[in-house]
Ligand binder design. Structure first.
Ligand SMILES: *Cc1c(COP(=O)(O)O)cnc(C)c1O
Length: 370
């Protein structure tokens, strides 16, 4: 048996006629830039996440970049985020000349630890960017409470959290704005790079709409009100995303079903920790992440059995060569560093079969028996 960590071919096979038709529609209309599907997808995604506005963008990185740009963040400013994440959570801070400041994560839920947040806030802090890592929301209530007390906006990095819920509210409506990635492997994935920003704030939405498209006002093609960016969502990707969005709730439900089986059949193995559910939250299992001191050995054992796993992520941001200039050192964030050496992501996608799940579970059990 050969099982990918995420298998995009099966998903395409399950929706091929509808998808091919949507793509052909764009080719026939040749409305490649800001075509009809862009607006249609934005409306549908706003409705899906319960946000007033959705602005389609070129990637998740662009969504974070434009959210921070729209807040006028620049040189001398600081933005707080976590070190246990993908580098794109912090890169846009640097694009704007500002400084990323890292905060420790909660040992159980892997997201920004609200108890460690206040100590990182300074008069220079201009935004707080919690990451809903693996598809489960950060503990937004205390984060928002602390941020409000200091009058600092909260921007969600919801790149891994399309449809994830926190006490009944969907990711994308929890902070001032939320940044989504539709990288192909995400729960809602394009056939290339794509992203979006959601917000309930009219002024922020208008600014992001303008700066994604070279600072243009919508009806004046060659009149530029400010210097912007070329970070639009392209029409082909919007058409792809529109087809897939109608299946997303179902796919997320299937992922929860896979996770439930992993949870029940891998429970109680000494030396193996399963990913806990935060009370009041609905996980979308972008990743199903085990923790074990024998992470590398387990990964190679499963690889030998044809089971592909992933490590998200092996090196925390504060120890990355790219961020050496920030002056962090090993030992600064013990929980984060421990995660980097112990996390392992099992295969996780909606089309996993019962037989494959059984095979994966059996092999994990065999590894720990030996
Ligand atoms: C995928 C991802 C991003 C970046 O998204 P792109 O669409 O690849 O630019 C940002 N943050 C997190 C947490 C991600 O997982």
């Amino acid at each position: 048996m050969e099982i990918q960590q995420v298998d995009l071919k099966r998903q395409y096979a399950s929706i091929q006629p509808e998808m091919d038709e949507a793509i052909h529609g764009v080719l026939q209309r040749t409305d490649f830039i800001m075509g009809k599907p862009v607006e249609e997808f934005e409306k549908a995604y706003a409705a899906f996440s319960g946000a007033k506005h959705c602005i389609g963008l070129a990637s998740g990185t662009a969504a974070i970049h434009l959210a921070l740009a729209a807040l006028n963040i620049g040189p001398g400013d600081e933005v707080i985020t976590v070190s246990h994440t993908f580098i794109a959570s912090a890169e846009p801070v640097v694009y704007l000349g500002a400084k990323p400041v890292f905060v420790e994560v909660e040992p159980d839920y892997f997201t920004l630890d609200p108890a460690k947040l206040e100590a990182a806030i300074t008069p220079k802090t201009k935004a707080i960017l919690p990451v809903h890592i693996y598809g489960q929301c950060a503990d937004m209530a205390p984060i928002l409470e602390i941020a409000a007390r200091h009058n600092i906006p909260v921007i969600e990095d919801a790149a891994q959290a399309q449809g994830s819920k926190y006490h009944g509210n969907t990711a994308g409506t929890l902070g001032l704005a939320a940044c989504f990635s539709f990288y192909p492997g995400k729960n809602l994935g394009a056939y290339g790079d794509a992203g979006a920003l959601t917000t309930n704030d009219d002024a922020l939405a208008e600014r992001v709409r303008r700066i994604r498209n070279h600072g243009r006002q919508p009806k004046l093609k060659y009149e530029h009100f400010e210097v912007g960016y070329g970070e639009r969502l392209d029409t082909l990707q919007a058409a792809v995303l529109k087809v897939k969005l109608s299946y997303l709730a179902d796919w997320n439900e299937k992922r929860r079903w896979v996770a439930a089986r992993y949870n029940s059949e891998l429970e109680g193995i000494p030396g193996l920790k399963l990913p806990p559910l935060r009370p009041g939250c609905e996980h979308i299992y972008h990743q199903y992440v085990l923790r074990t001191e024998q992470r590398d050995a387990l990964g190679s054992y499963l690889q030998g059995k044809g089971i592909h796993t992933g490590v998200h992520y092996p090196m925390p941001l504060h120890l990355q060569p790219a961020f050496k200039y920030l002056g962090y050192k090993a030992g600064d964030f013990p929980v984060t560093e421990k995660l980097a050496s112990t996390v392992l992501s099992l295969p996780m996608f909606a089309e996993l079969t019962e037989d494959e799940m059984g095979y994966i579970i059996q092999n994990v059990r065999d590894f720990f028996k030996a």
